[in-house]
Write a protein of this length. Structure first.
Lengths: 124, 246
């Protein structure tokens, strides 16, 4: 195995095309995380009895679970959860999948958002 | 067809199977921890050395390595290192176990984090103590173990805890190379069950990582309390003296 310089030169522009997605995936979690993290931090500072325990549990969980796993859980799990919560109650048992896994990016966003939430809520 | 429900009985059957894969995760974590801290210490010596060139090179290396995502580093190490080593020394390491490459990659990342941590801890020390140690005739090794380490360890402990937890979470990336750690095993289980146990498998993985994190955090907390004891006696003795004077 050796480095193929021509291939590297060819690849660089193609890889650079993907930068906007990376930046987008960075931007949304940072914004959403800052806002949600700020509120969580406020709630924790106030020490509201039940809520702050729930937040502590939430933080403990999301701080100790790998990013990759959150990605999988959110991608496969979130649609199921939404179906379970919103559809089964209204229309009886309906086994079609209504919330399909949509674009991976949206899910990655949701996950990163939660991740940055946990980070920022510690910083404040 | 993806199954809709979340079956708790599946969680109970999956849990023991995934716990069996935990030793691999722990093995990678412990080996990475040991290697990472050792290399991190060496890098720190480079950073604080009087030799400007060594300092510059190590700092530059740190900056570059900090900017590389873990997955990318993992791929570079796994696919690039055997070739590089063979070109340089002629030794063929392509037959090494995959987890070894994971350990190398994670250790590189951890060592960079550690070296920054160690350096700031070293800078926070009272430099007069180092001169005092020198005046007492301590060798550099004695000085390190008796003066720098006991105080530095207490300073870095909170950062070390979060770095360790981050590293343990990073071990989940090992599955991308096909290592059978908790994550890899979960994916295999799910695939073998025709993607019927996706949610349950990952839920169990989350539980395992959660438990490991809490345990590791607890160990570090105990260590912190243990080290705090030395610091406390110092401060309380001063307080009691002050109280007596009043």
């Amino acid at each position: 195995m050796s480095l193929n310089m021509e291939f590297i030169v060819e690849t660089i522009p193609k890889v650079l095309q993907a930068i906007p997605i990376t930046l987008l995936l960075t931007l949304f979690p940072v914004l959403a995380g800052l806002v949600i993290g700020f509120f969580l931090a406020m709630l924790r500072i106030r020490r509201i009895p039940v809520l702050s325990q729930i937040i502590a549990l939430y933080l403990s969980f999301f701080r100790s679970v790998p990013l990759l796993l959150l990605l999988f859980l959110s991608y496969y799990g979130l649609p199921k959860l939404l179906n379970f919560v919103f559809l089964r109650r209204n229309k009886g048992i309906q086994h079609q999948q209504h919330f399909k896994p949509c674009r991976g990016a949206a899910h990655a966003d949701a996950v990163c958002e939660r991740l940055s939430v946990r980070d920022y809520s510690q910083r404040f | 067809m993806v199954r809709e429900t979340f079956d708790f009985s599946n969680v109970i059957t999956i849990l023991p199977k995934l716990v069996k894969a935990l030793p691999m995760t722990l093995y990678i974590s412990v080996a990475t921890m040991a290697a990472g801290m050792l290399v991190g210490l060496l890098l720190t010596f480079g950073k604080i050395s009087r030799n400007r060139i060594v300092g510059r090179v190590v700092s530059g290396l740190t900056t570059v390595l900090r900017g590389i995502p873990t997955v990318v580093l993992l791929y570079i190490v796994h696919f690039g290192l055997p070739g590089a080593v063979k070109a340089v020394s002629g030794v063929d390491i392509s037959g090494w176990q995959k987890q070894t490459f994971v350990i190398i990659a994670l250790a590189i990342e951890l060592s960079v984090t550690c070296s920054e941590m160690f350096r700031s801890a070293y800078n926070s020390l009272d430099k007069g103590q180092l001169e005092a140690a020198h005046a007492l005739g301590m060798t550099r090794i004695q000085r390190f173990f008796r003066v720098i380490l006991p105080q530095g360890l207490y300073v870095i402990l909170p950062n070390l805890t979060s770095a360790t937890l981050a590293m343990i979470q990073g071990t989940s990336l090992a599955y991308t190379l096909g290592v059978m750690d908790v994550m890899g095993r979960a994916r295999v289980l799910d695939t073998n069950a025709f993607n019927m146990k996706t949610l349950e498998s990952y839920f169990v993985v989350a539980l395992i990582y959660w438990a490991v994190s809490i345990a590791v955090g607890g160990v570090f907390h105990l260590l912190e309390l243990r080290l705090q004891r030395g610091q406390k006696t110092l401060s309380t003795s001063v307080e009691t003296k002050g109280g007596a004077a009043l």
